[in-house]
Design a protein around this ligand. Structure first.
Ligand SMILES: Cc1cc2nc3c(=O)[nH]c(=O)nc-3n(C[C@H](O)[C@H](O)[C@H](O)COP(=O)(O)OP(=O)(O)OC[C@H]3O[C@@H](n4cnc5c(N)ncnc54)[C@H](O)[C@@H]3O)c2cc1C
Length: 409
């Protein structure tokens, strides 16, 4: 029977990082078993083909604030390998990185192949072997230590240590083989998606966006700020996608049918009210519809005025209080009914997976199954967009690999 010191299940970001550091720490045989005929698939397509490797965030205490699942529990893990460690690792391998104005870190090449190649080279240098088309279907603990892996093909493999990096939910395998090991699984549901508003009055404005908007779900604690984009199916952009992550479980429970209020002005009611009344005093003869406020695109402003029944030639001086009020409402609490979701093309992740309480977050070893490590999206950790999901894959992959490797000494 085939036998290896360390078997890594899954050839994604976490799997490669774990395998590289396991081999580096132990100099023992490390093999990645990948069920498809390709590895690092998501790294290759990530960030629109540019790969947003991490986020420029120097403090673990700040980093954890970007994980709806995981959050503060990850602080100690990030103290051991944080976003700076990721940047150093790639830069030490002569991969130049750049930070964009919103904090997202990309390779200077703007090409995810640079990251894929760096991971491949590091794996090869450390003697990691990759086996394709080998899907693990079952793991059993052997009485005198180690594990027996059963593959879908019927092959069996022995391993002293196993690192599970099988990524997010996939319908075929699910998490049954992990449940069989006694690991608890938080229900997997999608995170990072856009909102469908089938009867949106805004559809004809698709492509228009505001950079400082806000979205909230009335009657809940869920709200988020940032750019909002009007699409032909509803709304997208970071404020919407972040909200989908924070409210992922709730939105799944209500079957993605819920009201939202959009703040187009990027400011609170008192400020918006004051600005409108300021226009009445300072520019009474200006036509309301032709003078967009709060930096809004002209067509969006015109639409919000039309929704407030403000006629084309009405001047600020003649704006009745009722219509000014309605305009203010449209600017700060513009209501829509969401019905359904659309996967965000740039990035989507699973909310749910192996419960973190079952794992030592300094080593990423299972508490229940010694010798079994877990890293990446298979865990109940997910971040908002911006490089946080890869950061978790690097951190957990590094710690799982290093500790699995060192445990063989
Ligand atoms: C389109 C897209 C773009 C993204 N862009 C970004 C981005 O720019 N920045 C960012 O931070 N995050 C991004 N993400 C999220 C990020 O890619 C993932 O969070 C990350 O890749 C997870 O890595 P992983 O190694 O845990 O899982 P994966 O990359 O999913 O790898 C898991 C691997 O395990 C294999 N596997 C599964 N089951 C088995 C089995 N039973 N036996 C053997 N092999 C198995 C799978 O085939 C796969 O190759 C993006 C996601 C998507 C979908």
């Amino acid at each position: 029977m085939e036998s290896y010191d360390i078997v890594v299940i899954g050839g994604g970001a976490a799997g490669f990082f774990a395998a590289i550091h396991a081999a580096n720490a132990s100099a023992n045989s490390v093999v990645i078993l990948e069920k498809t005929n390709k590895v690092l698939t998501k790294v290759a397509v990530s960030g629109g083909g540019r790969c947003n490797v991490t986020h420029d965030c120097n403090y673990p205490s700040q980093l954890v604030e970007n994980y709806p699942r995981g959050g503060k529990k990850l602080r100690k893990s990030f103290e051991l390998f944080d976003a700076k460690s990721t940047q150093n690792w790639f830069e030490n391998r002569e991969i130049q990185l750049k930070t964009e104005s919103d904090g997202r870190v990309f390779p200077v090449s703007d090409n995810s192949k640079t990251i894929v190649d760096a991971l491949w080279h590091a794996a090869e240098e450390n003697g990691v072997k990759v086996h394709y088309k080998r899907e693990v279907a079952k793991i059993t603990m052997i009485e005198d230590g180690g594990f027996r892996l059963e593959l879908s093909s019927g092959d069996q493999i022995l391993a002293a240590k196993v690192i599970v990096t099988t990524g997010g939910f996939n319908k075929i395998g699910g998490y049954q083989w992990l449940k069989d090991l006694g690991l608890k699984i938080a229900k997997p549901v999608p995170s990072l998606f856009t909102f469908n508003v089938p009867d949106s009055e805004m559809k004809d404005l698709m492509g228009l966006s505001v950079s400082q908007g806000g979205v909230q779900i009335p009657g809940t604690k869920w709200k988020s700020e940032g750019p909002v984009l009007i699409t032909h199916w509803g709304f997208s952009a970071p404020a919407v996608i972040k909200l989908s992550a924070w409210a992922a479980i709730y939105l799944n429970e209500i079957n993605y049918k819920f009201p939202i209020l959009i703040n187009w002005a990027g400011a609170g009611e008192p400020f918006v009210r004051e600005e409108i009344s300021g226009m009445r005093q300072k520019h009474p003869l200006k036509v309301v519809v032709s003078n967009p406020m709060f930096g809004l695109p002209a067509r969006l402003w015109e639409k919000l005025c039309a929704m407030a029944e403000i006629s084309a030639n009405l001047k600020f001086a003649d704006l009745p209080a009722k219509k000014a009020n309605k305009l203010m409402e449209n600017l700060v609490r513009c209501g829509f009914n969401v019905s359904g979701k659309t996967t965000f093309k740039e990035e989507f992740v699973t909310c749910g997976g192996v419960e973190l309480d079952a794992v030592n977050l300094l080593t990423f070893e299972s508490k229940k199954v010694p010798g079994l490590y877990l890293a990446g999206e298979v865990l109940n950790v997910d971040g908002i967009t911006g490089g946080f999901n890869f950061q978790h894959a690097w951190t957990s992959g590094y710690l799982a690999g290093k500790n699995a490797g060192e445990s063989l000494h």
